[in-house]
Design a protein around this ligand. Structure first.
Ligand code: HDE
Length: 709
């Protein structure tokens, strides 16, 4: 097959999609068959008050289409948001892989879809949940999908348990409650019987499960994959996406409120930032592990409940992905995008991770159903830029018009085409030739039996505030569980990880954590490992810095953060402009919020049109707050919505700053001076404000919890 040059690839997907993009502007309305519609308001009737006629093909054309406008939502990851972009390979890793799109300098178009897992298609973005992070690379060797998550491990080790896990976390089957939430009996019943979930649950109870933005999430391939070089030599690989804006989350109380104020919060944030030209970027990193090191570690590389700590194998950055274009149409692109971990290109291969192996069946299978048959590869968003040549034909919705009378192989009538690569001494996809010498068994490897060491590693790697959030999350979720037996069983699992963690959660539940695992948990665990619990191997590291989201001193950026300027008529323009200028210089955005939308009058004279008011906005949708001075201060003194706005921002540990004349507003609002509260009279107003914003949150403030909000 004739390949495109890398330079032609960059825009190939955009150009291909253009062919299918329709613009109705200025056009006359037609039926689906292109017949001009004379009247789109009235059905054809026997008399103007008579019955409608069966012969009204124009009405039928319209309604029959409407009646079929919904397709099954994804059984998991139903709620998602997508964007187009480019991946640029920046390092020479040809020693490890022959994948063309990973060769230095190659630019490859991508389509990315982020998602939550448990909620339905219309559910809130801010659910406590894992986030999907799927990337489709339209490479010159065909499509490669890296279908990952924002958490590097998974709940279960074998794909056989996947439907059970999902049935347990989805709304309960009798009453379909609760939506997009794991805080209910069936989920905790399942995971408390499955100690292999312990590590993943620790991540899910951490702030990783409530991201601030899709743009501030890491992504992980989760499984160990293989890179394969030109000579067929394999190297184990773990994939990482590292966001340029840092990894940030919201507070749990904030997440719940955002869900009410704007359930499209993440979707809108992604869309708006791409529209504004704030293109989000992630670096692609790899951890490379030589095949010879397969059995070197205290954990098994094939076990998807384990990470490879970055201290053992550093992450090597090999390229950058930039999302720079919103889809034209949500359904046509984001909803119909079909991702599949079994979509590989030469140079990348699977490992025998039993969770990955099951996925290879499930995705293609579900897509046949969800997208209505075997021709979903022809839907524009799924089409390879490399075209497709094979003898697969017919089926629902077939688009390609295959010429000639040959649709079989081998043939002589079609000149032997399409031919497979080896026939002409060319190279196609070849599976890595791994030696397998085994009995056929339904068994779990002994090397998968340690469920708590890495859960402990994760907990030990968190800052005290992050640990407190984990305690709170377990306490919240288990408090929502009605069964005391299930609560107690999970506490026994927590005790195996960290007695202090179990004790704190236990105190919040009024239960003393048992020291031994529950008999039922042991019974299920022993189905996989007869001698469970086993004596774990000594871990290589006790803590790993990369697992904490705490912003390191001197790092962090405020680029694209939204700062609420809280104003009213009579506000000082000088006070507004000074802060605005300083923030914009660092790439942040100032949003003026007033007592009403429309005209705002400045103290110095002059006016401005205001788009946002305390009625339409919520503090939870902003990153930081500034109250300028001026005559507006008197009005804000009497404005309960203002007080609520900054109280809530304070409670959620955000940075607040007050111009000199506005400082009394802070006192009135129960706000005490701390590292994140900047007073013009005591601090360097703009500089200090920017510095604390870089920290993202002043979590230390949480201790006080005194603020009514
Ligand atoms: Fe998925 N998963 N999954 N999953 N998954 C789907 O495929 C499945 C797993 C992930 O944006 C489904 O097309 C099984 C791990 C993402 O369209 C389905 C198992 C990871 C998405 C499916 C897993 C993921 C899906 C539903 C265990 C992280 C959204 C719709 C063996 C590495 C893709 C679809 C998108 C979607 C099956 C476990 C990530 C049913 C059987 C582990 C990001 O096929």
């Amino acid at each position: 097959m004739e390949k495109k040059k890398p330079s032609e690839n960059e825009n190939a997907k955009k150009e291909q999609l253009k062919e299918f993009t329709v613009d109705n502007t200025g056009k006359q309305m037609t039926t689906n068959d292109g017949v001009s519609v004379h009247d789109n308001n009235n059905t054809l009737k026997a008399g103007d008050r008579g019955p409608s006629l069966l012969e009204d093909f124009i009405f039928q054309d319209k309604l029959a289409h409407f009646d079929r406008e919904r397709i099954p939502e994804r059984v998991v990851h139903a709620r998602g948001s997508g964007a187009h972009g480019i991946f640029e390979a920046k390092e020479d890793i040809s020693e490890y892989t022959c994948a063309t799109f990973l060769q230095k300098g190659t630019k490859t178009p991508v389509f990315v879809r982020f998602s939550t897992v448990a909620g339905f298609k219309g559910s809130t973005d801010l659910a406590r949940d894992v986030r999907g992070f799927s990337v489709k690379f339209y490479t010159e060797d065909g499509n490669y999908d890296l279908v990952g998550n924002n958490i590097p491990v998974f709940f279960i080790q074998d794909s056989m348990n996947f439907p059970d896990l999902i049935h347990a976390v989805k709304p309960e089957p009798n009453n379909e409650i609760p939506q997009a939430a794991s805080a209910h009996d069936t989920f905790w019943d399942f995971v408390s019987l499955m100690p292999e979930s312990a590590h993943m649950i620790m991540w899910a109870m951490s702030d990783r499960a409530i991201p601030k933005s899709l743009r501030t999430m890491e992504g992980f391939g989760v499984h160990t994959f293989k890179l394969v070089n030109e000579n067929g030599k394999a190297t184990f690989v773990k994939f990482h996406w590292k966001p340029r804006l840092g990894v940030h989350s919201v507070a749990w109380n904030e997440a719940q409120k955002i869900s009410g104020f704007n359930s499209d919060f993440h979707r809108q944030d992604l869309w708006e930032n791409i529209e504004k030209g704030n293109y989000p970027q992630w670096d692609l990193g790899v951890q490379l592990i030589p095949e010879e090191d397969e059995h070197k570690y205290s954990f098994d590389l094939l076990d998807p409940t384990k990470i490879v700590p970055e201290e053992l194998v550093p992450v090597k950055i090999i390229g950058t992905m930039t999302l720079n274009r919103n889809p034209e149409n949500f359904f046509a692109e984001t909803e119909q995008a079909a991702f599949h971990p079994g979509r590989l290109v030469p140079g990348i291969d699977f490992t025998n991770d039993p969770l990955l192996q099951g996925r290879i069946f499930s995705y293609a299978d579900t897509q046949q159903y969800r997208l209505g048959g075997p021709n979903f590869h022809e839907i524009p968003i799924n089409k390879s830029i490399n075209g497709k040549n094979n003898n697969q034909k017919d089926g629902f919705g077939r688009q390609d018009i295959l010429k000639g009378n040959v649709s079989y192989f081998p043939n002589s009538l079609g000149g032997g085409c399409p031919y497979h690569a080896m026939l002409k001494g060319e190279k196609g996809f070849q599976s890595h030739e791994e030696r397998i010498d085994a009995r056929k068994v339904r068994q779990r490897s002994e090397s998968f039996a340690d469920h708590f060491t890495q859960a402990r590693l994760f907990f030990n790697s968190q800052s005290p505030q992050e640990q407190a959030h984990i305690v709170n999350a377990y306490s919240f979720e288990l408090s929502k569980v009605n069964s005391v037996e299930i609560r107690t069983r999970e506490l026994a699992i927590l005790h195996q990880i960290d007695a202090g963690l179990a004790k704190q959660v236990g105190e919040n539940l009024g239960i003393t954590p048992p020291e031994q695992l529950d008999e039922k948990t042991l019974m299920f665990a022993r189905q996989n490992h007869a001698d469970y619990p086993i004596q774990p191997k000594k871990p290589e590291v006790a803590a790993s810095a990369a697992l904490s989201m705490k912003v390191k001193k001197g790092e962090g950026t405020i680029a694209t953060r939204k700062v609420a300027f809280l104003v009213a008529d009579g506000v000082s323009k000088a006070s507004v402009d000074k802060m605005k200028k300083a923030l914009e210089k660092q790439g942040a955005e100032a949003v003026l919020i007033a007592t009403r939308v429309g005209k705002l009058t400045y103290q110095e004279g002059g006016e401005e049109q205001i788009q946002h008011s305390y009625l339409t906005e919520a503090s939870v949708c902003y990153d930081a707050f500034y109250t300028p001075d001026g005559d507006s201060v008197k009005a804000l003194m009497q404005e309960p919505d203002y007080t609520h706005f900054i109280n809530e921002g304070y409670r959620h540990c955000k940075a607040l700053s007050f111009a000199k004349g506005a400082e009394e507003l802070a006192k009135k609002s129960f706000i005490e001076k701390d590292a994140g509260v900047i007073f013009e009279s005591a601090d360097q107003l703009t500089e200090d404000f920017i510095e604390v914003m870089k920290q993202h949150r002043i979590w230390e403030r949480e201790k006080s919890r005194k603020v009514p909000s």
